[in-house]
Design a protein around this ligand. Structure first.
Ligand SMILES: *Cc1c(COP(=O)(O)O)cnc(C)c1O
Length: 373
């Protein structure tokens, strides 16, 4: 049996180990926020955003951001039906109602026209998730938000290294959230970040993030309101600082892997991979192949073929509205259909040529077996 090819695996060098050890040895007492402050500052600079708050997860960052906007019962939040559960969970925790709209079949991200059609007097936010590194159409979404006075929020968990018209993903919405989970392009093990250029919103989230204690409050252990506890630890931030120092290398490699798949698959018909936006850059977090209906290739055929080849390929996100907690919105045809004929490919930093060839071989054989070529 050939070696198993995992689908993701972080790239941890001596630098990350050195920083983590330093934080473990010295990052206490007066130094207990040193790596956190540094990580927040440097990530903000990298993004081109003024305010950042490191968190324990992207989910926590989203929860606090939505709470700071005052979103609660009776409010609606529009998002793509195609999403990880983490994006919608905070909406539900706050008692608001998610409104799932269909995706654009090319970008696999929220379709701005569908978002437009879903707006009601109760809409309080639109969340744009940049799926697998692909960019949601931020020009259309920001114009839509402006027209109705509704904030556009970016879930940029999968979009480190992605750009839209020269702006980094996560620098365009009222606020954005990032994830540094072990599967993401930059990792701290678990971790996340809240980013915004809005100073008032930043102060609100800062207070919420500190158990409701307003900055400058002189009374010790005094909480001004009920807040949250979603903090990143100094040791995690130390690993993050090392990863951030290598960010160009990490994102360049992701793009190289996606380009490698595209080059090798250029002559196959009936498939498409993550698109490059005409005026932007795809950060290529997760190379994904979508097969046309005509190929007859299904998720189940793909899962069996990859399992047989000892390759860890993952299914495309199920539409959230297909989960039991939500009402079925199967009229979102692309969100419901695309996952039935798509698969995520391995793309970890140290994957080699031979392994990429093995993955490509499975795709080519699957197309041939389906009999359309
Ligand atoms: C990974 C991910 C999240 C959740 O991140 P956590 O840090 O695990 O909370 C949220 N949204 C998207 C789109 C993701 O891919």
């Amino acid at each position: 049996m050939t070696n198993r090819i995992p689908y993701t695996k972080p790239s941890i060098t001596e630098l990350e180990v050195e920083y983590a050890a330093d934080a473990a040895r010295h990052g206490w007492g007066a130094q207990c926020y040193e790596y956190i402050d540094r990580f927040e500052n440097e990530f903000g600079k990298y993004l081109g955003v003024e305010h950042t708050i490191a968190t324990s997860s992207c989910t926590g960052a989203m929860h606090m951001g939505l709470a700071a906007l005052g979103i609660g019962p009776g409010d609606e939040v529009i998002l793509a039906d195609t999403n990880w559960i983490a994006t919608v969970a905070p909406v539900k925790h706050l008692g608001a109602s998610p409104v799932f709209v269909d995706i654009d079949p090319v970008t696999w991200c929220i379709d701005p026209e569908r978002a437009d059609a879903a707006i009601t007097p109760r809409t309080r936010a639109i969340i744009a998730t940049h799926l697998y590194g692909n960019l949601a159409d931020m020009t259309a979404l920001l114009a839509l938000g402006e027209r109705y006075g509704i904030p556009v929020i970016e879930d940029a968990a999968e979009a480190i290294g992605s750009e839209w018209l020269g702006k980094k993903a996560g620098s365009m919405g009222l606020f954005s959230t990032f994830s540094f989970h072990g599967t993401k392009t930059l990792t701290t093990g678990e971790g996340g970040l809240f980013a915004t250029n809005d100073t008032k919103l930043f102060e609100k989230v800062l207070t919420l993030s500190n158990h409701g204690r307003v900055r400058g409050q002189s009374r010790q252990f005094w909480a001004d309101m009920i807040g949250f506890k979603y903090k990143m630890s100094n040791i995690q931030a130390a690993i993050g600082c090392a990863q951030l120092q290598r960010i160009e290398e990490l994102t360049a490699r992701k793009k190289e892997i996606l380009a490698g798949y595209k080059t090798r698959l250029i002559n196959e018909t009936g498939i498409s991979l993550n698109p490059e936006p005409s005026d932007g850059i795809n950060g290529a977090w997760m190379p994904t192949v979508v097969f046309t209906k005509e190929t007859g290739v299904t998720r189940e055929i793909l899962q069996a073929a990859f399992a047989e080849a000892n390759i860890d390929a993952r299914v495309f996100f199920w539409p959230l509205s297909s989960l039991e907690m939500f009402e079925d919105c199967s009229e979102n045809i692309h969100a419901w259909e695309i996952p039935c004929r798509a698969i995520n490919l391995p793309s970890y930093h140290d994957i080699n040529h031979e392994q990429i060839e093995r993955v490509v071989g499975v795709i080519s054989r699957t197309i041939q077996c389906s009999g359309t070529q």
